[in-house]
Design a protein around this ligand. Structure first.
Ligand SMILES: CC(=O)N[C@H]1[C@@H](OP(=O)(O)OP(=O)(O)OC[C@H]2O[C@@H](n3ccc(=O)[nH]c3=O)[C@H](O)[C@@H]2O)O[C@H](CO)[C@@H](O)[C@@H]1O[C@H](C)C(=O)N[C@@H](C)C(=O)N[C@H](CCC(=O)O)C(=O)O
Ligand SMILES: Nc1ncnc2c1ncn2[C@@H]1O[C@H](COP(=O)(O)OP(=O)(O)OP(=O)(O)O)[C@@H](O)[C@H]1O
Length: 546
């Protein structure tokens, strides 16, 4: 899998993807003078009346009438792209002092240049002002933001499905795709940059959407992508070790996430308090908090999951809330973590002011949490149960294997997976070991080898699997099959109707990167084709549309 960078997974074979256009069709012009006032910069008289009708921090998405924000980057400065931006129609530039120096070195810039100390600090509020994305009067769509290490994508899809079941027109913003009332558009980032985000919210409002659910990554908070955005409800899933390359420590990672739960960013919060970080967040958030727990009998919470019972691969459960309210909820997606995701989605929707009877009716009539979330415990067939999941590290693989284990006697688990090249090598044998301990048949194949030798990666995974099998699970069958489509066909060839096949690691991804070349490969398509070829019945690809 292409670790944390959605752009790679959604890029086509030609490499860097073209950014999508997310803007309202009607934007009232704002004068450069007004923009200068808003950011405390004096605009020279001759430029004061320049009309701005859009904003972009990417020269490749600039349109006629835009303010181009030239930001410093990790490897280059946006000022290097000013001539391209002006060529595409930018009417003014906003940059920092380093950018201004770069521009002074080049030929005269043909448009006015505004200079501030930290342009990232103002780009969010400016985007909100230019696109009027969330005006005080008539602020729609209602916005649900989900953050946390795991479960963001699934929870946003669950919220989307429940709101649709409630008859609302909905939008969605996250790792996989953006739904804004038109055709789904593949995402480049989990959380878009603020000009795109505000443009998108304004577009959703223009198209009359009632509500939208959105993933908020910690990168988004750090890079100020959600500045100037007000969430009606912010939700927290959990916090485990991740992204320490950006944050350095768990404390910093937590503090970044916690920023979302402050006045001016969200009106109210729903916090899952099953880990220490959630409990701290609930205790310190500066906005009203509703708490939620999966563990009855712990410290009192506003909502608690009780009476879980397995229903096929999914789970039915009760959600007990304040004033004696009980909701009966079901998710068809395997795994106790999907109970947590379904509970959080339900409580976030309740927190936005829905009444319990209406929500219960939508749950009963539409079973919204059985929606196919692309590549997240996505069921491709029932008999055998065939599941594609994004689990791409040891812990996630263990949870996924636990989730798909059927209680039926004689039912076997067949897992197909590999490890990514040029990433954490230590996890390869560990993933192999977990698979050998928890599955009956382990088929080791390729993931994204990148520039590494795929055979060497497989050897690392196989070594872990064989060693664990020798010590703890001698009955486990281990095979090495490649390429990946052949491995998936092999799993289907071995499966009987009572077995479960788990294809793990790549989820919704549709390109496999091998030595700089992106090869088309979608686990769901390969699995579906292999099952059909053997005469098994596959499920409909039940995607949600806005
Ligand atoms: C670490 C990080 O987040 N980097 C983001 C940041 O890059 P950067 O500051 O280094 O920018 P740069 O590429 O040096 O370019 C400098 C400036 O020139 C501009 N430019 C550049 C080229 C050009 O042709 N024209 C142009 O205008 C760029 O827009 C930028 O403003 O600004 C860029 C412009 O928006 C982002 O594309 C880039 O995200 C990269 C692609 C990325 O992979 N980000 C990941 C880590 C990320 O944000 N992931 C989280 C999810 C994490 C998770 O939970 O798994 C996410 O929300 O997606
Ligand atoms: N609440 C949860 N707790 C722990 N693991 C989860 C949870 N929900 C999903 N998972 C596991 O994590 C994987 C990623 O889930 P999901 O995409 O919903 O989370 P995410 O926060 O959006 O992660 P990512 O940013 O990696 O996409 C799933 O494939 C599943 O294996």
């Amino acid at each position: 899998m292409s670790e944390q960078n959605a752009s790679a997974s959604n890029a086509g074979p030609a490499g860097e993807p073209a950014p999508a256009r997310f803007r309202p069709t009607a934007v009232a012009a704002v004068s450069l003078d007004t923009i200068g006032d808003a950011i405390g910069v004096q605009v020279p008289g001759a430029s004061a009346a320049v009309s701005v009708t859009g904003i972009s921090l990417n020269s490749r998405t600039v349109e006629q009438g835009d303010l181009y924000v030239a930001l410093p980057g990790a490897s280059r400065h946006g000022a290097e792209f000013v001539s391209q931006a002006v060529g595409r129609g930018a009417v003014a530039v906003l940059t920092d002092h380093a950018g201004a120096r770069l521009l002074a070195l080049s030929a005269d810039t043909a448009v006015p240049v505004l200079v501030v100390d930290g342009p990232r600090n103002v780009v969010g509020p400016l985007s909100a002002m230019i696109y009027q994305s969330q005006p005080a009067a008539g602020r729609t769509p209602r916005l649900y933001g989900v953050t946390g290490t795991n479960g963001k994508t699934t929870t946003t899809y669950f919220i989307n499905a429940l709101l649709s079941a409630l008859g609302q027109q909905t939008g969605l913003i996250g790792t996989i795709e953006i739904l804004a009332g038109g055709e789904p558009v593949p995402s480049l980032l989990t959380t878009p940059e603020s000009p795109d985000l505000h443009g998108l919210l304004a577009l959703m409002r223009e198209r009359g959407l009632d509500a939208a659910s959105m993933e908020v990554s910690s990168h988004a908070v750090s890079f100020q992508r959600v500045d100037g955005v007000l969430f009606d409800v912010a939700g927290f899933t959990n916090l485990t070790q991740d992204h320490l390359d950006l944050h350095g420590t768990m404390e910093d990672y937590f503090a970044t996430k916690a920023e979302l739960f402050t006045p001016g960013r969200a009106l109210r919060a729903v916090v899952t308090v099953d880990d220490e970080w959630g409990r701290r967040l609930a205790a310190t958030a500066g906005i009203p908090v509703t708490t939620l727990s999966m563990t009855p009998g712990g410290a009192p919470t506003d909502w608690t999951v009780t009476s879980t019972s397995a229903r096929g691969l999914g789970t039915g459960f009760s959600l007990q809330g304040p004033d004696g309210v009980t909701l009966n909820v079901h998710t068809g997606l395997p795994g106790t973590f999907n109970v947590a995701n379904a509970a959080l989605a339900t409580v976030m929707v309740m927190a936005s002011g829905m009444d319990a009877a209406t929500v219960q009716a939508a749950l009963d009539h539409h079973d919204p949490f059985t929606v196919a979330v692309p590549g997240r415990m996505q069921l491709v067939s029932d008999e055998p149960a065939a599941v594609v999941d994004f689990a791409h590290n040891t812990d996630a693989l263990a949870r996924a294997l636990e989730a798909v284990r059927s209680p039926l006697p004689g039912s076997r688990v067949i897992v197909v997976f590999g490890a990514t090249g040029q990433r954490d090598q230590g996890k390869r044998p560990a993933m192999g070991a977990v698979a050998a301990k928890m599955a009956d048949i382990v088929i080791v194949t390729d993931d994204d080898p990148h520039d590494e030798d795929p055979a060497a990666i497989r050897a690392d995974v196989l070594a872990g699997a064989r060693s664990a099998s020798e010590q703890e699970s001698p009955e486990c069958v281990i095979e090495e099959v490649y390429p990946r489509d052949a491995a998936i066909r092999r799993a289907v060839e071995l499966a009987g109707p009572a077995d479960t096949i788990l294809v793990a690691g790549r989820g919704h991804e549709v390109w496999q990167e091998v030595k700089g070349v992106n090869l088309a490969l979608d686990d769901r398509v390969e699995l579906r084709n292999a099952l059909t070829a053997r005469g098994f019945t596959v499920l409909r690809d039940d995607r949600i549309e806005s």
